[in-house]
Each structure stands twice: as C-alpha cells, then as structure tokens.
Design a binder for this molecule. Structure first.
Ligand code: NAD
Ligand code: TYD
Length: 370
C-alpha cells in the first residue's frame, strides 16, 4: 500500500491521475496539495473528495515547511509532482510565476523530501529506504523539430525555447541533481501534449470545442502547420503508473502515443465531430442555439488565422521506445476514440467549463493575438 502526495492534483492531468489511481489502487492513501490557481479547480476532485483515504490540502509547493509537515503527518512514501504553471502563452507575457512555481517550487519539494526521507530530520535520523519522487515533465524541454527530424528520445539534448519549457527543463535538472548528489529516489517522465476531461479551455483542444459551441472564432496561430503529438490524458496516468511500479531510479521516461497532428487538422477534425454530434442529438441545437451546427452551417468558417505565438515551436514528437520496451507501455486509447470521448465530455459538462471561464482570459488572449 502506497501513501501518495500528489501536487497539482486539482489541475487537468493531476485530477485525472488521482481518479485513475484511486480507482485502480483503492487501498492507497492519496493526499492532494494544490494552490488552486486559475487552473486548479476543486470540483475536478468531486467524485473522490468524500473517500476516507483522500485528503485535500490547499497550499503552495513553495512552502517547504508545509511539505515537510505533510510528508511526516501522512507518512508519505511517494510524491508525484504535477503542480506547475503550464500554459506557454502565459509564460510569454508573464514568466515570473513560471520561475517561481516550476523552478523554486520543485526545489522546495526536493529539499523537503531530502530532509524528511534521506536525513530523517523528524525520525531520529532514520532514512526512509522505500521512497519515490516522481517528477512530471514535458517533451517541450527538448525544443523543436523540423518536419523530417527523428522524434525526441530520452537522449535528445535539452533545448527549451519558451519561458515555460525553460522552467520545466530547470526543474528536471534539479530533480536529476538530487538523485546524483544526495541519492534521492527520483524518476522523471516527459510526456507529449495531453487532451481529455478537465482540460482548461485556454489550451487548443478545449478552447476549440467550447468556442464552437458559442459561435466564437477558432484562432489559429501563424499558418496552423505546427505539429503536436497528442495523448489521451488517462494514458499519461497509465504511463506514470508503470514508471512508479517498474521504472529504474534516476531514469527519464518519454510517454507519448505516436500521434502527430498539424494544428489546423485537429481544429478541422473537432469541427466535424461537433457537427456530427449536433446531427445525432437534436437537444444540442436547443442548448447551443448560436452554434453554426445548430443552424446546419459550416463550423470551419469560424477558423481565423491570427498572429503567430512568439518563438512558436514548429514540431514536437515523442519516441517512446524505451518506455514501450522497458515498461511494456502502450496507450490504450486511439486518437479517434479519445477525441470522441473528449468532445462528448465537454458537451455533457457545460457547467464545468462555464464555471472555469469567467471571460477575462478570453479578452486577454484576444488582445495578445489581435
Ligand atoms: P494545469 O495548469 O492544468 O494544472 C496545474 C495545477 O497545479 C493546478 O491545479 C494549479 O492550481 C496547481 N498549481 C500551480 N501552481 C502551484 C503552486 N505553486 N503550488 C501548488 N499548486 C500549484 O497543468 P496540467 O496540464 O495538468 O499539467 C500538469 C503537469 O504536467 C505540469 O507539470 C506540466 O508541465 C506537465 N505536462 C503537461 C502536459 C499537457 O499537455 N498539459 C504535457 C506534458 C507534461
Ligand atoms: P497549447 O494547447 O497551448 O499547447 P502547447 O503550446 O503546450 O503545445 O497549443 C497547442 C498548439 O496549438 C500550439 O502549436 C499553439 C496552437 N494554438 C493555436 O493555434 N491557437 C490557439 O488558440 C491555441 C490556444 C493554441
């Protein structure tokens, strides 16, 4: 039985991970620590919040004393670190929060883990032999690829291009150093772009779905030919599970689904899927009367090419051979099934996405890209 501290567990991937974990390992204890920034939402944990083996703590990963207290009081042996500022556009206009949370926050967690687990500061100097610090990172630390470059492997040199990816790269290096220097039992996973339920509607896929439903423009940065490698979020949780169970200490594991798409093609695919749902379910036309699909009009006409993102990485692609071979990892969801589930989730959870979008973000982003 494990006792997990999950940082950022009220965010998109963290919440999906908590659902996955508590469903699969129902005897384990799960403590979520989350600062509930704009991206964190306690409602994402509604279905587990009353479980006896679940605790939510509202707090900041930069608070080392709080982390130490949680590790000791809950007897934590496994820390899964999701908490981060995660949106590239925000990192371009306001990098400070990324440096603070992604770098200083990770450093604070590492210091606390060392003090409690390795130094035995609260346990008469006794080392906790069976401990794990798992750090959740991104493929963006590897930089950008040309259309013909081979996909990123774990040996690809780090070359981050945005303040977001630079801050994640810095945190990856700190995690590595805490293993190499102090012997902390760490693993790191570098995953490609995720999609699925609870994805904050500032990111491409949920933004497009929700804008279609409200008859708003679908902004395509630059020429729309940038490529991302999309993975259903539950398959990310599954990959982390395998790393926690069988990953080698001190190693990095790439997680991805071999599923590259140009942005413009993703947007067109989602437009078609939403149109099909409106044909199948007449109730949608009543709930979303301004949507093009409600009037049998062409949703793709909402596509609007806007100014490109500064320093926009052209292509990401993950080579997950090491994870596939060593950990027997294969995603369970195809893109076809995953994106259909995702569209259905947003159609069925209007209350959720309306409550997290207060309009100010949409106004802000419209200014940036006008
Ligand atoms: P998210 O922005 O949806 O959620 C981040 C969560 O962290 C939120 O709940 C937020 O409240 C919390 N948080 C932020 N700052 C905090 C702080 N100082 N202290 C405590 N909690 C804080 O992010 P996400 O998309 O779920 O990403 C989770 C992790 O996965 C991140 O580390 C990200 O770099 C990584 N990742 C994301 C993707 C992706 O496609 N979204 C892909 C690969 C890796
Ligand atoms: P995003 O979801 O922000 O993820 P990331 O930047 O971490 O890959 O963006 C995915 C891609 O979609 C990226 O190439 C930027 C592009 N994009 C748009 O073209 N329009 C949009 O409105 C958004 C949010 C993203």
């Amino acid at each position: 039985m494990k006792k997990l501290l999950v940082t950022g567990g009220a965010g998109f991937i963290g919440a999906n991970f908590v659902h996955y974990w508590m469903n699969k390992y129902s005897a384990d204890k799960v403590v979520v620590l989350d600062a509930l920034t704009y991206a964190g939402n306690i409602a994402n944990l509604d279905s587990v919040k009353d479980e006896a083996n679940f605790t939510f703590v509202h707090g900041n990963i930069c608070d080392q004393v709080l982390i130490e207290k949680l590790l000791v009081e809950h007897g934590i042996d496994t820390l899964v670190h999701f908490a981060a500022e995660s949106h590239v556009d925000r990192s371009i206009t306001g990098p400070d929060a990324f440096i603070e949370t992604n770098i200083m926050g990770t450093y604070s967690l590492l210091k606390a883990a060392k003090k409690v687990w390795l130094d035995g500061a609260f346990n008469d100097g006794k080392v906790l032999e069976e401990h794990r610090f798992h750090h959740v990172s991104t493929d963006e630390v590897y930089g950008t690829l040309s259309p013909t470059d081979p996909a990123f492997t774990e040996d690809t040199a780090y070359a981050p291009n945005s303040p977001y990816s630079a801050s994640k790269a810095a945190s990856d290096h700190l995690v590595r150093a805490y293993h190499h220097t102090y012997g902390l039992n760490v693993t790191t996973s570098n995953c490609s772009n995720n999609y699925g339920p609870f994805h904050f509607p500032e990111k491409l896929i949920p933004l497009v779905i929700t804008n279609i439903l409200h008859d708003k423009a679908l902004p395509i940065y630059g020429d729309g030919q940038q490529i991302r490698d999309w993975l259903y979020v539950e398959d990310h949780a599954y990959g982390i599970d395998l790393v926690l169970q069988n990953g080698r200490i001190g190693e990095n594991y790439n997680i991805g689904g071999d599923n590259e798409w140009a942005n413009i093609d993703i947007v067109k695919t989602i437009s078609k899927l939403v149109e099909q749902e409106f044909v199948k379910n007449k109730d949608l036309g009543i709930r979303f009367p301004t949507a093009k699909a409600a009037m049998a009009q062409n949703t793709e006409s909402l596509i609007t090419y806007v100014k490109d993102r500064l320093g926009h990485d052209r292509r990401y692609a993950i080579d997950a051979t090491k994870t596939n071979n060593e950990l027997n990892y294969q995603p369970k969801e195809s893109f076809e099934t995953g994106i259909a589930k995702t569209v259905a989730w947003y159609l069925n959870n209007e209350e959720w996405w309306k409550s997290v979008m207060d309009g100010s973000y949409q106004n802000w982003i419209a200014e940036q890209y006008s």
